[in-house]
Design a protein. Sequence first.
Length: 335
Amino acid sequence: MNIRMRKYTILMFLMIFLASHSLAALTIKMGSLFPEGSSWDITLKKMAREWSEVTDGRVKIKIYPGGIAGEENDMVRKMRIGQLDAAVLSGVGLTEIVSDSIVFSIPFLVQNEEELDYVISDLLPLFDDDFRDKGFEVLIWSKSGWINFFSNKEILTPDDLKSTRLAVSPNNPEMTEAFKALDLNVIPLGMNDTLMGLQSGMIDSFYSIPMISAAYQWFALAKNMNPIDMSPVIGGILISERTWKRIPEKYHDDLKASMAAVEQEFFKEYSRLNEEALRIMKDNDLNVLNPSQEVEQIWRDYFKDSYKTLVNNNMISEQIYQEMSQKLEAFRNGR
C-alpha cells in the first residue's frame, strides 16, 4: 500500500469514527411541565428508552420535568436558540409558534369526541409544514380533555356567565380579546393565583378541565359546573428542526412510529384522571348543571362572535378558519 493510499484509508477510518462518535453523543434535551414521577413523566421516560433502542443507543433523551426548563413560552424560546431540543406543549405553546393552530381551541367549534378524533388524525397534520417552516418538527399531536366553566353561582346560559368575573390566562391574550368582545368581564390571572382570586372575590368563575379544577382545589370555591364542553385541550410534542436533522433520516419513521404509544398513554391517563376528578368533586358537593339541547345551542350561537374577533384582530386567518369550519361541517354531514 503506497503512502497516498495509506493516508486515504486512515482518513476514511477517522471520518467514520468521528461520525459514529458524534451520533453517539447526541442527547436531546426535552422540557416538560409534567411533574417528575407522574404517569405522563413515566411515559416520556419510556419514550426515551424506545428512542435509544431504535437507534442502538445513538440518540438519547434527557427530560427536564416539572417546569425546570421554564413555562411554555420559555421552552419555545429556548428551542429557537438551541438551549433546548424538544418540548411537550399545550395549545398555548403551539399557538406561539403557529398562530393559526388556535383554530381548534375556538370555543364550541369542535363539538364532541368524534369530531376531535377527526381533527387529531386528519386536520392537525395539515399544520405540520407550517411548524417546519418555523423550525419545528411535530412528533405527535395529543388530546388532553375538554374545558368546562366553573362558578360560585349557576352559569346555565351565556347571560349568567356575563354576570361573573371570569379568570383567563395572561398567557393566552388571543382568547382574552375574544372573550372581551363578547362582553365578558375577564380578569387575567395565572394558575397559581386563581385560588387566591376566588378567595378574595377578585373572580367568581373560571374555565378548566376537571382534573385541574380538582387538583388545585378551585372547585371548593366554585361549586357549580356547566357540563357543556367549551373546547378541547390539544397539545403536542415538538422537536427543533435543527435537532431532528441531526438524527439520521433512516431512523425518522421508526422514531415517529414509536410515538403512537405515547399519544395513547397520554390520552388514557388524561381520561382516567378527568373522570376520577369529576367523581371526587361530585362527592364533595360539586353541582353539575343539566342544560337542555336548546341551551347548548344558545352557547354555540353566542360564541360565534368570538370567531369574528380572532379573525378581525389577525389572530387567525380568515382562510384557515373557513377551511377548517367547512371540513368539520362536511365531516358532520357525512356521518
